[in-house]
Design a protein around this ligand. Structure first.
Ligand SMILES: Nc1ncnc2c1ncn2[C@@H]1O[C@H](COP(=O)(O)OP(=O)(O)OP(=O)(O)O)[C@@H](O)[C@H]1O
Length: 231
């Protein structure tokens, strides 16, 4: 059974504490959502789990194995969607996904399946640089799920999505959850957090100030999150 364990993880950039010690665990099929205002520490936490930054203190493990034990093994468990990304702009959508898929030995039919899932079939021969913000988000999301990772990390995945795609995104994530993937994602959309999250961590100035266990009470949870935002 896949398990993600974050223990006392903190991050200090020079003198600035971006993340105070934070701990949580998630098992197969659990979706954990990070909420909180600008600068709360959501991206910092996701980037540390993704292995992009090392923590100042604390440990992270997947199935009991930390990144320092075998970086390559650890990273193959993870799919990561950054909050912004500008590279390979001159590749077509199909080339972009095939390129990232090649690192994980993703087959061509899976690449096509993902292009279909993210609704970019009619754009697959167009260049990445020609995509709108929402389409680019869908492409980055597609990249993160290509290899069907056990742990999926998404940094503000709904940014720029139109209402149709926000709904599709919720449906797709619910399906991925059912397949047993652990999902951790950040969002400013409280209704989306309440709809998909099993556990919601509300962060403020680098600290988790509230952990909400969401028991399918979508409206109640949304209200709770709105109240926390106003404080
Ligand atoms: N590379 C860096 N060097 C110095 N400070 C940083 C760095 N990255 C982030 N920070 C600081 O860490 C804090 C947390 O930033 P982070 O990007 O994690 O917040 P966030 O919750 O993702 O915010 P947003 O909702 O605006 O994306 C902020 O005060 C930010 O200025």
């Amino acid at each position: 059974m896949t398990g993600l364990k974050v223990k006392d993880v903190s991050k200090v950039y020079k003198k600035k504490t971006a993340l105070y010690p934070c701990s949580f665990e998630a098992t197969e099929g659990i979706c954990l959502v990070l909420c909180g205002g600008n600068g709360a520490g959501k991206s910092t936490l996701l980037q540390i789990i993704a292995g992009i930054h090392s923590p100042t203190s604390g440990t992270i493990s997947i199935n009991g194995k930390g990144i320092s034990l075998n970086r390559e093994n650890y990273l193959t468990e993870i799919g990561f969607m950054p909050d912004d990304f500008h590279a390979q702009e001159m590749m077509t959508i199909e080339e972009f996904l095939s390129f990232y898929g090649s690192f994980r030995k993703v087959r061509k039919d899976r690449v096509n399946e993902v292009i279909d899932l993210i609704g970019l079939v009619d754009k697959k021969h167009e260049l990445v640089k020609s995509l709108s913000k929402g389409m680019r988000q869908r492409l980055l999301f597609g990249q993160s799920i290509l290899a069907k990772p056990n742990v999926l990390l998404l940094d503000e995945p709904t940014n720029g999505l139109d209402p149709y795609w926000v709904n599709r995104f919720v449906e797709i994530l619910n399906q991925i959850k059912k397949e047993g993937t652990i999902i951790v994602f950040s969002t400013h959309m409280m209704d989306v957090a309440a709809e998909i999250g099993d556990v919601i961590l509300f962060m403020k100035q680098g600290e988790v100030i509230e952990t909400i266990k969401n028991e399918n009470k979508i409206e109640e949870t949304t209200m709770k999150l709105m109240k926390l935002h106003r404080q």
